[in-house]
Design a protein around this ligand. Structure first.
Ligand SMILES: *Cc1c(COP(=O)(O)O)cnc(C)c1O
Length: 417
């Protein structure tokens, strides 16, 4: 690692990359290796690898306690968990969702012929704007899916009020929000149900995995049937179902991660603070803050780049960072409504999504987690400072084709995360 002091040293200008190995956004956090391997050995000794094994049951009970929720149903991933929850809640017709989210939120509806109706977001919180939600309700609307983006809670009171008055189901995509709270209550307790992702890139991981949490006994029972082909007994199928089961290996990873959760939050909090300090006073750069007394997992280091003030485009800054082996990402570019099949189905959706359209050109997210040290972060911030101090040189350099090529190749390889 080298700390750069002038613009000519930037890799995009022909200098050596600051980091020999790439830093990816969402590099997995790994708990205590020995504890994990002990659990794996025990699983192999028992020869019980999946189908509601002891480790899955232990993880579910521990998560219920940690989240303060009545039911936690562990699943193979969040996408299947969303699909099952949507079906178990009886959603049909149209469901209101943000476009500014990972595409799985929309796909989980369209996969079962339910129309995702894209709603604009609040420019400060980046999550659903409740007033705009209300304006999109039609006789075909059956529900709302809010996304606690960056682990920051949605406007849960306003959304609950709309759902109650308009008789709509309310589901949360809490893929980003494990370990976060709102007004002292853990995310996982809101709406009719909430869905977590435990994918490798998320704050808390089980390799692949997810969970549905709910305080509704009947809903929990339906979801348990649906994630296991509808089996109510040994050969008694009572429902249409699919296969959403979590494996024992994933549960072992989850139990191991759970023992480290406070340590991981502390590392992320320290990193977020280091970014805030390193980027302080830079005009046109807003680090999305985590404010207040609630709990956060600090997993997302999100910058909004205002080109009017920085003089440098978000994409130019991203290429500058990629050249240094800092694999910053444009979450969630270009917005679900600009992806297929939605772009073809609703070619004019963007007209109702002005804040989303603005934000997808501004946001960049930076690496954090246990793989990144505060010294690394100081160097990353210094690169951003140098770029902002020399916007014209950077703009010229990123337009040069030979500089573009390695950056784009690296972008492709990071798609594995
Ligand atoms: C990661 C993610 C998902 C999908 O989670 P998987 O466990 O990978 O299926 C859904 N929604 C959001 C907002 C996500 O970030």
């Amino acid at each position: 690692m080298t700390t750069k002091t002038n613009c000519g040293e930037l890799a995009v200008m022909g200098g050596l990359p600051a980091f020999a190995d790439p830093f990816f956004v969402g590099c997995p956090n790994i708990g205590e290796r020995e504890a994990f391997l002990r659990r794996i050995n025990d699983i192999l000794d028992r020869r019980w690898l999946t189908n509601n094994g002891v480790y899955v049951q232990e993880l579910e009970r521990k998560l219920e306690k940690y989240l303060g929720v009545k039911h936690c149903i562990a699943m193979c991933n969040a996408t299947i968990a969303l699909e099952i929850s949507i079906r178990a809640l009886g959603m049909t017709g149209e469901v209101i969702v943000p476009s500014f989210t990972f595409v799985a939120t929309a796909h989980s509806l369209q996969w079962q012929q339910i129309t995702p109706v894209f709603c604009d977001i609040d420019s400060v919180s980046h999550s659903l704007d409740p007033q705009r939600v209300e304006a999109l309700i039609t006789p075909r609307t059956s529900g709302i899916i809010g996304v606690h983006l960056w682990g920051k809670p949605c406007a849960v009171e306003a959304l609950a009020d709309i759902a109650r008055r308009r008789n709509l189901r309310l589901l949360y995509d809490a893929a980003h929000a494990f370990g976060c709270s709102h007004e002292g209550q853990m995310i996982g307790c809101f709406g009719d149900a909430e869905v977590f992702s435990f994918h490798a890139t998320k704050f808390f991981n089980t390799f692949e995995g997810g969970a549905v949490t709910t305080n509704d006994d009947d809903l929990a029972a339906r979801i348990r049937l649906m994630k296991n082909f509808g089996f109510a007994g040994y050969d008694d199928v009572t429902y249409i179902g699919t296969n959403g089961k979590m494996s024992e290996m994933s549960a072992a990873m989850g139990l191991t991660s759970l023992e480290q959760v406070d340590v991981l939050i502390e590392v992320n909090r320290r990193n977020h603070q280091a970014y805030a300090a390193g980027l302080a006073d830079l005009p046109g750069i807003r680090l999305v803050p985590y404010h207040g007394r609630d709990k956060f997992n600090y997993q997302y280091v999100v910058l909004e780049i205002d080109v009017e003030q920085t003089g440098i485009e978000r994409d130019a800054l991203m290429r500058t960072l990629h050249a240094e082996n800092v694999m910053a990402r444009r979450y969630f570019f270009p917005g679900c409504h600009n992806m297929e099949p939605y772009r073809s189905y609703f070619p004019h959706a963007g007209l109702l999504l002005p804040e989303t359209e603005k934000l997808v050109t501004k946001v960049i997210s930076l690496p954090t987690g246990t793989a990144v040290s505060t010294e690394n972060i100081a160097s990353i911030c210094q690169i951003i400072r140098l770029a902002l101090a020399n916007p014209d040189e950077i703009a010229k350099a990123v337009r040069t084709p030979q500089m573009l090529r390695p950056a784009l190749n690296q972008e492709r390889s990071s798609a594995a995360f």
